[in-house]
Design a protein. Structure first.
Length: 350
């Protein structure tokens, strides 16, 4: 199985990508609206077919990226029906199963943080994705959005702690850099609900946390009631000058075929050395030559009246060049994917 743990630094949210290595079917858990480009790039680069995008609960600290994923990949949105959210096709009720290739996730209702919280247990019981119910050495707060400390106590003690000791725990959040734990560890060492703690102890602990409300509460809840769909129902606009794709590494890229048919609409910046221009790969007519190691000092020489596409031998140095241009204020920029090697393979004019 393919497994990736992703992180949103603003909301301290973990997003999880799971995929069947052979069938290439994938599910995405607890994605973040602002991280859509990153997550979509990873899915595309790994050659996966996203079948489901799932949320463990209706988040109060960030807007889900579920609707954007559906718009991009045609996947099914999954959430507990307790929330009555729009755009949900897969109702995540207790005992429901979500399959991806030969793998399966079983839905475990774990209310308490909110009424509709669920956890996802991998079919072989080796992993559980606990949302905001069970955290690493903690538990989700219960002081708003139908939170209920006694219910959360029983969700964790009766359901999650019934899983095998070695089952690895992956929460939706952590604010101290802890990435995972195990059921055995949390049963023993969790200061809120581990060891010999009784319900009264847990309820008293949770009642006295005195945490401030999430900063995005008023924005996140209504947006998440639409599964993250913007109020105008439109996908946020990307670059309007070309079909630019953001890679998982964070670089803007454009296909060489597009560049070849839009040469008059862009400036080409070649960041190879002078000696490389005489090699077998050739050069693009009219391109501006500024070697990469000189670009920071000479960035003012780059024409800015048109978008800038950057090329090198294989597309690696030119990717870095887009970062340098961005830092210098050049917004309309992109790397030519694959560089001159790919350009020549496609038989494009040089």
């Amino acid at each position: 199985m393919i497994f990736r743990q992703l992180f949103d630094q603003v909301s301290s949210t973990y997003t999880y990508l799971l995929a069947d290595e052979r069938a290439r079917e994938a599910v995405l858990i607890d994605c973040v609206f602002e991280q859509h480009a990153r997550d979509a790039a990873l899915i595309r680069e790994l050659g996966l077919r996203l079948t489901h995008v799932l949320d463990t609960h209706c988040h109060a600290d960030h807007v889900t990226g579920a609707w954007l994923m559906k718009a991009a990949f045609g996947c099914s949105i999954g959430l507990s029906p307790v929330y009555g959210a729009k755009n949900v096709e897969t109702e995540l009720v207790d005992g429901a199963v979500v399959t991806f290739g030969a793998h399966r996730l079983e839905v475990l209702a774990t209310p308490g943080h909110t009424d509709g919280c669920v956890s996802f247990v991998l079919g072989d019981r080796s992993m559980v994705f606990t949302g905001d119910a069970l955290l690493v050495r903690g538990a989700g707060r219960t002081d708003f959005q139908q939170g209920n400390a006694p219910r959360l106590f029983h969700s964790i003690r009766d359901k999650l702690f019934a899983l095998p000791d070695e089952c690895r725990v992956y929460p939706a959040h952590d604010y101290e850099g802890r990435t995972s734990s195990t059921i055995g560890e949390e049963r023993r060492y969790n200061p809120r609900i581990g060891g010999t703690v009784r319900e009264e102890d847990f309820v008293g602990y949770m009642k006295n946390l005195a945490l401030p409300h999430p900063k995005l509460l008023d924005v996140a809840l209504p947006a998440n009631a639409r599964s993250g769909e913007p109020e105008d129902g439109r996908v946020p606009a990307g670059p309007d000058w070309a079909p630019v794709v953001i890679t998982y590494a964070g670089f803007p890229e454009v296909a060489p075929e597009w560049v070849a048919t839009h040469r008059n609409d862009v400036h080409v910046l070649d960041v190879r050395t002078e000696a490389e221009l005489e090699g077998e790969l050739g050069r693009l007519e009219g391109a501006t030559l500024i070697p990469l190691d000189e670009l920071r000092a000479r960035v003012a020489e780059v024409p800015k009246d048109k978008p800038v596409v950057v090329v090198c031998q294989s597309g690696k140095r030119s990717a870095l060049a887009t970062t340098i241009l961005g830092a210098a204020g050049v917004e309309r920029r992109a790397n030519v994917a694959g560089g001159m090697v790919r350009w020549r393979e496609l038989g494009l004019p040089s």
